[in-house]
Design a protein around this ligand. Structure first.
Ligand code: NAP
Length: 275
């Protein structure tokens, strides 16, 4: 039961109605006995309304604000403090309202790096990151933090170059089959694979082999064409839902200060995605 003391958390994005975060967080609150203390909602917010939205967070005393596309960078300007990691990444996906003091964090990098580290040490591994948008920034930060050898490739090569310069890693214009087969890990951090690009792959998969790990951050559909083709070559597959889960776990703990019910959150996402 919600009461006058219930704290509100909110995800903003445009669009946002597809988000699984409200379901994941609300189920988790119930699981740890915080169902009365917390509620998690969603609001569609246009990017030009971000300033007013942050003001409303202060005015209404909203406890946590999750930012998804297109707000992760624009929101930074209106916060009181941005944690050092989020500053380096240049994007905030999690804002904690500590008695009117708004602090920005980034949990996307934890979301991506945790499932990779569960498969083995990243130090010295050759990793190809496809994409140079907001999610790719968080992933490249995390990989460099773990001392991997990172190369970026992106549709707009100039953005790959700028990101590589910023994080002191490599970039390439096009990934040849030889280059692709030389990588230990390949991560799709673009929106290729989701609607309306469901039948597309972000790179050629003919040289993918069983010693490689393929990760996709797209989670709808659960198994993208990229992962489907990689799996058929015997590669180890990491689904986008794992990133969603682990960024959500870190976020839950920032909002509530309580250890997240990992199994409940994982099961909730699997059920919602019919996995
Ligand atoms: P973004 O900042 O808009 O970046 C989009 C990236 O995808 C850019 O590199 C862009 O290339 C590339 N791209 C878009 N359309 C393309 C196309 N038709 N062909 C080739 N490349 C294309 O978005 P983002 O925040 O990084 O998010 C990217 C994806 O990750 C989204 O699908 C998002 O839902 C997903 N995501 C998942 C999680 C998770 O927890 N699993 C977390 C965050 C994001 P250009 O630079 O050339 O435009």
């Amino acid at each position: 039961m919600k009461t006058a003391r219930t704290k509100i958390c909110l995800i903003i994005g445009d669009p946002v109605s597809h988000s699984l975060s409200p379901l994941m967080h609300n189920t988790a609150y119930e699981a740890v006995g915080l169902g009365e203390e917390f509620v998690y909602l969603a609001a569609q917010v246009k990017v030009e309304k971000i300033k007013e939205t942050v003001e409303a967070v202060r005015t209404l005393g909203i406890r946590g604000l999750t930012c998804t596309v297109p707000h992760k960078t624009a929101v930074i300007l209106y916060l009181d403090m941005v944690d050092e990691t989020a500053q380096k990444i240049g994007a905030v996906n999690t804002i904690v309202n500590d008695q009117g003091h708004l602090i920005g964090y980034n949990t996307d990098w934890i979301g991506a790096i945790t499932p990779l580290k569960q498969r083995g040490d990243l130090r010295g591994k050759n990793v190809l990151v496809i994409g140079a948008g907001g999610a790719a920034r968080a992933i490249v930060y995390g990989l460099m933090h773990e001392k991997a050898h990172v190369t970026i490739v992106n549709r707009t090569a100039e953005r790959a170059r700028a990101l590589a310069d910023e994080f002191h890693c490599l970039w390439i214009d096009n990934a040849s089959n030889d280059f692709i087969s030389s990588q230990d890990i390949i991560i799709n951090a673009t929106s290729i694979g989701m609607h309306p690009h469901i039948v597309e792959v972000p790179i050629q998969t003919c040289s993918i082999h069983r010693a490689q790990i393929l990760m996709d951050i797209v989670y709808v559909p659960h198994e993208t064409e990229f992962l489907r083709q990689g799996k058929s070559k015997g590669a180890t597959i990491i689904y986008g839902v794992e990133m969603l889960l682990h960024q959500g776990i870190a976020q839950f703990e920032l909002y509530t200060g309580v250890p997240a019910p990992v199994d409940t959150m994982s099961e909730t996402l699997k059920n919602a995605l019919h996995i």
